[in-house]
Ligand binder design. Structure first.
Ligand SMILES: CSCCC(=O)C(=O)COP(=O)(O)O
Ligand SMILES: [Zn+2]
Length: 225
């Protein structure tokens, strides 16, 4: 499917949805210091040819302007004449679309995802278990353990993108970058947002739970320390 053959109304709907989600995430302070990037696929998925709308690089993502998004192809190149530059991290989006065929990819930097990614980076994944929000990933097994991959954070984005196939787990719709942020995806924007919110809940939960474990005396069942 060529970009030109994709319905104009559909492209406009995708831009409207992205703009709305960007405003919602900005209200949560999920784009500090121009960080973060959002994308949504337009048209059908074919690993050989697909297109998506993505945030322009370096913008203040708490603002809405006519120059916030552009359309790119599967290699991250703009498909229309524009002065805008796609997100510096577009190649990571490309790789996630290519591997999953998903419909939306959202990336945010938060204190909780940064702290937790740093804490677990040496073991390459964040373990989580017994948290109800795991069900947001469509995992319904009782007390299911999950493992959220953590990749190193290189300044050279293609070096990060080439590691994505090694760690992407089809049952876990997210990957952390150490000391950087999270990528979460889903079959559409609703699902990608749900996944992102669930990840952030889990990271915040783990952060507080680890702090409490280290500050509250552990009492055995018999009442002794
Ligand atoms: C100022 S944050 C550093 C870049 C980054 O990690 C990010 O998410 C934003 O980059 P973009 O090019 O998408 O604006
Ligand atoms: Zn980033």
């Amino acid at each position: 499917m060529t970009f030109a053959s994709i319905n104009l109304e559909h492209k406009q709907q995708v831009l409207d949805e992205l703009r709305h989600i960007k405003q919602q995430f900005a209200a949560k302070n999920w784009f500090p210091g121009t960080s973060g990037n959002l994308s949504m696929r337009v048209g059908d998925f074919d690993p050989e040819e697909f297109h998506f709308a993505i945030t322009a690089s370096g913008k203040d993502k708490s603002l809405s302007t006519p120059e916030d998004f552009l359309f790119v192809d599967k290699s991250g190149k703009a498909v229309e004449t524009t002065n805008l530059k796609p997100s510096a991290e577009t190649l990571i989006h490309c790789e996630i679309y290519r591997l999953t065929g998903c419909g939306a990819v959202f990336h945010v930097h938060t204190i909780f995802n940064n702290v937790i990614s740093e804490w677990f980076s040496d073991q390459g994944a964040v373990p989580a278990q017994g948290i109800e929000l795991i069900k947001a990933f469509n995992i319904w097994e009782e007390n299911a353990p999950v493992s959220i991959p953590v990749l190193p954070n290189f300044a050279h984005i293609p070096s990060i993108a080439e590691l994505v196939p090694d760690v992407l787990d089809p049952s876990i719709p997210g990957i952390l970058l150490r000391g950087h942020g999270i990528y979460a995806w889903g079959k559409n924007a609703f699902e990608a947002k749900k996944h992102l919110e669930a990840f952030e809940f889990i990271f915040e939960y783990l952060y507080h739970s680890m702090l409490l474990k280290n500050s509250v005396p552990q009492v055995n069942a018999d009442g002794r320390d």
